[in-house]
Design a protein around this ligand. Structure first.
Ligand SMILES: Nc1ncnc2c1ncn2[C@@H]1O[C@H](COP(=O)(O)OP(=O)(O)OP(=O)(O)O)[C@@H](O)[C@H]1O
Length: 335
């Protein structure tokens, strides 16, 4: 039987500074089942962190209701806090403390004995590639090491539900892969539910059972990575030319294929979408041959999450135009 561990309806948050109102989250409905790994994606400023801060009791919603880990978010925030783990974007360790102490102190707050906390903490250090850093001060660690320490702190008390805000930003590929393994193991071994935000589409694709896309403070799509990709429809054709002056001609030929959508030129590549990649590929190769165009590569692939994301939001995940400054604005609840 499925157990819903996050159930939110109409969750909203408006910030106000002087006369300006910022509708950061305008009404989010979401359900997350026990043991799911759910990825929360959206362009900069879309409302991911604000939603996470509401679900973790750090920010009071302006409107809406939610049950998190079996407790009512508004009526019993302490009950929610006891059952969850949260790793914020900026982390929560003191620069001058000892890394091991930080982990153990955190677990003690959740009722673990020092012995249990030390054992679990040391295991996490091994798994997160922090071996040998137990006595180190966070201020002397590299950015990646500090990030992994934040994650160890967030997981040490074995929460049933864990929120991770961009957990792998700043980690090298090896450390990212290790963390994915650790997150999967948490779910396999303990049934932990994981709700994470990420800017890496490959991470969402590889790690998450389900993806929620948020834009302008509202959820605009939800589904497994495959479901979302199949919504885009068709296949993506890419041709790489040997002589870049020929890209225009390739784009023209690609645009003539049945059902093709306006191809885009990216340096020496032409990328376009067609309903049936296999048939289009054959037709295109014939056309290129007739036009005497030498290519160095041609492929047909299924749409990626990147294509999905652009289609849904019209923006890329790292589009600087899409981020509004949060900077110095005061937090004022508008009721
Ligand atoms: N404390 C605050 N006071 C005023 N406005 C805020 C505050 N926090 C966030 N905002 C605004 O709310 C909107 C949503 O911000 P939020 O941080 O939730 O987005 P995000 O999707 O997490 O973005 P990013 O990917 O850049 O972290 C933005 O316009 C932001 O400027």
């Amino acid at each position: 039987m499925l157990t819903t561990v996050i159930h939110a309806r109409g969750l909203a948050r408006t910030f106000r500074k002087k006369k300006q109102e910022i509708h950061a989250v305008v009404g989010v409905d979401l359900d997350v089942e026990a043991g799911e790994i759910v990825g929360f994606l959206g362009p900069n400023g879309a409302g991911k962190t604000t939603t996470l801060r509401m679900l973790t009791t750090l920010l009071e919603p302006t409107a809406g209701t939610a049950t998190v880990a079996g407790r009512d978010l508004i009526a019993d925030p302490v009950g929610v806090r006891r059952r969850i783990g949260y790793v914020s974007q900026s982390g929560s360790t003191y620069p001058d403390a000892r890394a091991g102490e930080e982990v153990v102190d955190h677990a003690r707050l959740y009722g673990m004995t020092t012995a249990e906390a030390t054992e679990r903490g040391k295991r996490l250090f091994r798994e997160l590639d922090l071996d040998g850093l137990w006595e180190r001060q966070p201020k002397t660690m590299s950015g990646g090491q500090r990030r992994r320490l934040d994650i160890a702190v967030g997981l040490v008390h074995v929460p049933e539900l864990v929120f991770l805000d961009e957990p792998t930003t700043g980690l090298d590929p090896q450390a990212r892969a290790n963390l994915w393994t650790h997150i999967r193991a948490l779910r396999e071994e303990r049934g932990t539910t994981v709700f994470l935000t990420t800017h890496y589409l490959d991470e969402a694709d590889a790690l998450c059972d389900r993806i929620l896309v948020i834009d302008h403070g509202a959820i605009v799509a939800s589904g497994t990575p495959d479901e979302l990709k199949s919504q885009v429809g068709g296949d993506v054709l890419t041709v790489t030319v040997e002589r870049s002056e020929q890209v225009g001609e390739v784009a023209r030929l690609m645009g003539q294929l049945r059902g093709a959508e306006a191809p885009q030129v990216l340096d020496d590549r032409v990328v376009g979408r067609v309903p049936h990649g296999g048939a289009a590929l054959v037709e295109l190769v014939r056309g290129l041959d007739r036009a005497d165009i030498t290519i160095s590569g041609i492929e047909s692939r299924r749409p990626s999450l990147d294509d999905v994301f652009l289609g849904l939001t019209g923006r890329s995940l790292r589009d600087p135009e899409s981020s509004a400054p949060a900077g110095s604005l005061e937090e004022v609840t508008v009721r």
